[in-house]
Design a binder for this molecule. Structure first.
Ligand SMILES: Nc1nc2c(ncn2[C@@H]2O[C@H](COP(=O)(O)OP(=O)(O)OP(=O)(O)O)[C@@H](O)[C@H]2O)c(=O)[nH]1
Ligand SMILES: [Mg+2]
Length: 301
């Protein structure tokens, strides 16, 4: 996995390692690096920011050309990414749920994302994950817009033997979320997972609706769900949700397909929020914790 992105990184370091570089070589190297980042589904804005960082370190390396330039470049590159991933941090959701449950309150997780990215499927996968961690789960059908959305979530929940709190289509999703919280409290559930709509008349309506749910429900954690195959789009969606609604962590779905790793890097770098899991298929167990260190090591090795 992520081989393509790894190639982009090793191209930079090995080019520097192989020979002493002229200014033209450096410019070309930086340009090539930017192209290969973009080809690896790194968002354009992120590729530009990263290459600027790399360029600065290359300029530093130029001064001491006889020294080990490859090490300098490799290190700077690693530091730039490590800093971004460290700042984003990591989250142990099951531990968070346990902690709040000890205080006698359900932990409320709200799912956000554009239509078709895999929110509903991921609600089911995360519910399964919580159950496997010995935690009780209830879901709320907050997508009251798309025909079939309530049945889709209910079907998943039935397979997982979980309760779904729902209202009719057209109902206020914030009210559904509130019902979910009341149910979770009354039944002493450890966590509540709220599914939401991904498409409305306009993105602005969608953002307003999500912001309203956040105001009413006050979730403990907001998960942004993105399709890992949509590099630039995933990042602009992440920025949109982060700006208008805010989110605390991301899950990248469809990472079982030909994923180049760029979306994970881009979302962390541009929003400063951690990636929690990768969706690796359509089964309930196809949710794999994302490990920052492992990801970075796989790029740099
Ligand atoms: N291969 C693969 N498919 C996935 C993954 N996650 C979701 N899908 C598929 O993607 C499609 C859309 O998933 P949904 O969960 O319905 O997406 P959604 O975000 O809820 O969509 P809306 O309700 O329309 O907003 C479904 O066919 C899922 O089975 C994944 O990790 N890997
Ligand atoms: Mg859905």
């Amino acid at each position: 996995m992520f081989d393509r992105l790894k190639q982009a990184f090793s191209a930079v370091t090995s080019a520097v390692r192989e020979k002493q570089l002229s200014d033209q070589d450096l410019d070309k190297l930086v340009f090539d690096f930017q192209i290969s980042l973009i080809e690896s589904d790194v968002a354009q804005s992120v590729a530009e920011a990263l290459t600027t960082e790399v360029q600065k370190s290359l300029a530093g390396a130029k001064v001491d050309r006889s020294a080990d330039a490859s090490e300098v470049v490799g290190e700077r590159l690693a530091v730039a990414l490590q800093t971004a991933f460290e700042k984003a941090g990591s989250v142990d959701l099951a531990a968070n749920v346990r902690e709040k449950s000890k205080a006698g309150e359900p932990y409320v997780i709200l799912f956000l994302g554009i239509n078709g990215t895999g929110k509903t499927t991921t609600v089911a996968k995360l519910a399964n994950f919580m159950k496997k961690n010995g935690l009780s789960v209830v879901c709320a059908a907050g997508d009251t817009h798309r025909p079939g959305a309530i049945e889709q979530l209910t079907e998943h929940a039935e397979r997982l033997s979980l309760k779904v709190v729902s209202q009719r289509y057209g109902a206020d999703p914030a009210a559904v979320g509130r019902d979910g919280v009341l149910y979770a409290k009354a039944h002493h559930m450890d966590c509540l997972l709220i599914d939401t709509a991904g498409r409305m008349q306009t993105n602005q309506n969608l953002m307003e609706e999500m912001a309203k749910i956040v105001r009413v429900v006050k979730p403990d954690f907001r998960i942004f769900v993105a399709d890992a195959l949509t590099g630039n789009d995933a990042v602009s969606q992440a920025e949109l949700f982060n700006q208008h609604v805010g989110f605390d962590g991301a899950i990248l779905t469809k990472a079982d397909a030909d994923v180049r790793g760029g979306a994970a890097l881009s979302i962390v770098y541009s929003t400063g929020k951690p990636v929690l899991f990768l969706g690796m298929g359509q089964g309930y167990d196809d949710l794999v914790p994302f490990d920052n260190k492992e990801f970075l090591e796989s790029l740099m090795s």
